[in-house]
Design a protein around this ligand. Sequence first.
Ligand SMILES: Cc1ncc(COP(=O)(O)O)c(C=O)c1O
Length: 381
Amino acid sequence: MRQLKYDEVTGMWFRRMLLEEWFDKYQYEIRYNVGESAVHCLTFADIDIDLRHVSLRYGYHAGKPELREMIADQYEGLSSEHVVVTNGGSEALFSVAVCLLKPGDHVIVEHPNYPSNYEVLRSLGCKVDLLHLEFENDFQLDLNELKALMTPQTKLVCLTHPNNPTGSMISEKTLEEIVDLIESRGCFMVFDETYRELAFGHKLPTAASVSSKAVSISTMSKSYGLPGIRIGWIATKDKFILESVLAIREQVTICNSAISEVIALSVLERKDEFLENVRRHVERNSQTVVSWMENQKELEWKRPEAGVICFPRIKLDVFLNPENLYQLLVEKYKTFVIPGRCFEMDNRHFRLGYGGMPRELEVGLKNIGKALKEVVDSTSF
Ligand SMILES: Cc1ncc(COP(=O)(O)O)c(C=O)c1O
């Protein structure tokens, strides 16, 4: 039987991600980035690290042993042998999907989500069902909906909590119920824990600690403000997955950047200090967003429970073309939010990121208000 390519128009197995295209086009053109999903990025000066001694040779394929140990410390019951350090969370998501799935496999992916969570699976030719988080349900995961989507053929469930782009979060009890469900059905779960450290309240236990059928994915990119070092990881008790991931990466990246691993290690050694600063910063910025939202009569939202992102919506009775707003923002106001369409959502939603510097956030929010007024006024005539 002829295998269909994922994208019959371009003939490519993979297609470009709308979200990343939007970033690639505008992120260096704008001045006020209020769409970003990371806390403001650190510099060498912030980290204060001397790299002159770093040997620029190939690294261990599973990652620098001290770094793996440091990461494993966050996972109860796991040790360094249960961790593979990857080139960002992206490589982690990609390689776990490739090692677990084949064309035709049934998978369930929470939606909205960071698009790699479903795009890779679609590209592999899997049958992907989306588990929708609805605005009307406070973007909460509906366990009954998850149960209804599961079939005897379901191989994998992919969840992201705290969620990108909504900032919603499941409870520990729901996580336990989901674990019971996937274990009883004999399938795997990929749990993207990118924002775990940025929960406003109690943080969730790591999924890989709770179940041997769970794979935890995380990264230095968001909570630590280090997307440029491209360091993420996979943690799981499943030895087959860990070994398969090495087989995949040996064809693609072989190992991580030696410099990046040393930077990640140095920051994780001072994790509490870095995260304390980040949490203080996020707390302040989130107050700014809450106050701003209170005065936006054209917008509605669900207050995020974690992270540095939320997903407001232009009210349904406001007459405008949302795309005009986003274009005006980048072109005239040099201000960047992420249109909902980049997450395959109603374009009235947009991702608002409040991890940046306070001044950048304040001006960015003001600009959204100005642009919104301009688009609404020009639409009503
Ligand atoms: C939830 C989530 N997972 C994974 C990634 C990929 O992160 P990385 O930059 O580490 O590849 C992102 C990036 O935005 C994300 O938001």
